[in-house]
Design a protein around this ligand. Structure first.
Ligand SMILES: *[C@@H]1O[C@H](CO)[C@@H](O)[C@H](O)[C@H]1NC(C)=O
Ligand SMILES: *[C@@H]1O[C@H](CO)[C@@H](O)[C@H](O)[C@H]1NC(C)=O
Ligand SMILES: *[C@@H]1O[C@H](CO)[C@@H](O)[C@H](O)[C@H]1NC(C)=O
Length: 402
């Protein structure tokens, strides 16, 4: 691939024309279930479906989707659609599926045990119907609210234990770590896949987010990812099975010669993460085009090669400081977006949430990477929404609709 820092002039000329169909298409689900055809994700009608997603966290200590104390769940789902996204990567901790004490805990009590009385008041005002539901039902209500706005959902197993992800030493990084028992993980994946086996808009499952840490091991990756993929497929053959790489999902280079071997076909997608803070780019110091060229070469070796080899690759996390004042992030973003256009990538931005109930011990933590503002009421960076709108519909691929 030619490393380049800007899309072709032809593509730029086409972008305004492509904007309207993207917004219109967000109102209805594509023909489901999804499957894969070479590097593309396709609908049941054989047309390409481009994943244009936002990550929505639901795996932190309260074990509920963020923002429910600030806006109605239906309003949030409508906002996702209005911003042109067709999909949400919704995160969950394994315990939500394997620990009945936790999954049956009413949302109110989950907040109360953390001393979050203001959040309780906020949920009472904005989502009164959710306040006394068990956490697992709150999760299902979120999926259902997204469904009614025509939004697809990818369930992402982010952590075992509820809490902010990810560090090398949090005991959640790799199979066999303190909180990462492979059997419990398989049980959780099966339970989640089964629970949503008749829920049409649940189109994929990310088996585990950002494998990492001192115990990561390529041969165990093949062993457990295969087991996880087979467990999900057995419980729910409709969903795409999405596999993360190593080193916080920044590398899948080990797959160059050997892919995951599965008993089924047409459902496997790989996922890669690309952030300015971890891509090795010397964004603030180096010439922007040179930095982009070097980083793209590196991203290519770490995962992009999969597209050329005919495998779907989903950039399931990218993101930047939406304040617009972070020079390095701004340059990284231009580089990412140009590659996303040129390669017509499937992607998910981190993140939808403008703030968290609590993150890393801080109440009402402001998410500077959030699409939404701290109060969840407006877009944090409206000009970015316009920029991303131009990348939400497909440019290439199979049997594109006219
Ligand atoms: C299950 O969740 C409850 C509530 O969070 C917690 O107290 C308990 O320790 C968990 N059980 C296990 C086995 O992790
Ligand atoms: C979905 O899971 C339920 C158990 O919750 C099971 O009874 C049913 O047969 C499954 N449906 C499909 C289509 O696999
Ligand atoms: C990876 O795990 C396998 C199987 O447990 C083990 O034989 C091998 O030594 C490990 N490799 C590394 C580099 O730790």
């Amino acid at each position: 691939m030619a490393a380049s820092s800007s899309p072709s002039p032809l593509l730029l000329a086409l972008l305004p024309l492509l904007l309207l169909p993207a917004l219109a298409a967000a109102a209805s689900l594509p023909a489901l279930p999804l499957s894969t055809s070479s590097r593309w994700v396709v609908g049941a009608d054989g047309r390409r479906v481009k994943l244009a997603c936002a990550n929505w966290a639901s795996h932190l200590e309260p074990v509920a989707a963020e923002g429910l104390a600030r806006r109605g769940v239906g309003d949030i789902a409508a906002r996702v659609a209005a911003m042109g996204f067709n999909c949400v990567r919704l995160t969950w901790p394994t315990y939500l599926a394997t620990n009945a004490t936790l999954s049956s805990l009413p949302f109110r009590w989950s907040l109360e045990r953390l001393g979050m009385l203001e959040s309780i008041a906020g949920v009472r005002v904005n989502n009164p119907a959710l306040l006394d539901l068990p956490l697992i039902n709150v999760f299902r209500e979120v999926v259902s609210a997204l469904s009614s706005k025509g939004i697809m959902v990818i369930l992402d197993n982010q952590m075992t234990t509820p809490g902010w992800c990810c560090s090398r030493t949090d005991g959640n990084g790799f199979f066999g770590d303190k909180y990462f028992d492979p059997d419990e993980w398989l049980k959780g994946l099966s339970a989640m896949a089964t629970m949503f086996n008749d829920t049409k808009n649940v189109v994929g499952m990310s088996l585990r987010n950002e494998l990492r840490g001192p115990n990561q091991n390529v041969s165990l990756w093949y062993r457990y990812m295969q087991l996880g993929a087979e467990a999900v497929h057995a419980a729910n053959p409709n969903v795409l099975v999405i596999l993360s790489g190593l080193d916080f999902d920044i590398t899948l280079s080990f797959l160059y010669y050997k892919k995951a071997e599965l008993s089924f076909t047409g459902k496997l997608v790989y996922e890669q993460h690309w952030y300015g803070f971890s891509d090795g780019g010397n964004w603030e110091i180096q010439n922007q085009n040179d930095a982009c060229g070097l980083v793209v070469d590196s991203i290519w070796v770490k995962g992009l090669f999969l597209l050329q080899q005919g495998w779907p690759l989903f950039f399931s996390e990218f993101g930047f400081d939406m304040s617009g004042t972070h020079i390095g992030d701004n340059r990284y973003l231009t580089c990412f977006l140009s590659v996303a256009a040129e390669m017509d990538l499937d992607w998910a931005i981190w993140a939808l949430q403008g703030s968290y109930y609590i993150r890393e011990g801080i109440l009402a933590y402001d998410e500077s990477y959030g699409l939404l503002s701290w109060d969840w009421c407006t877009a944090r960076n409206p000009s970015f929404i316009k920029r991303i709108n131009s990348l939400q519909s497909p440019f290439q691929g199979l049997n594109l609709s006219p």
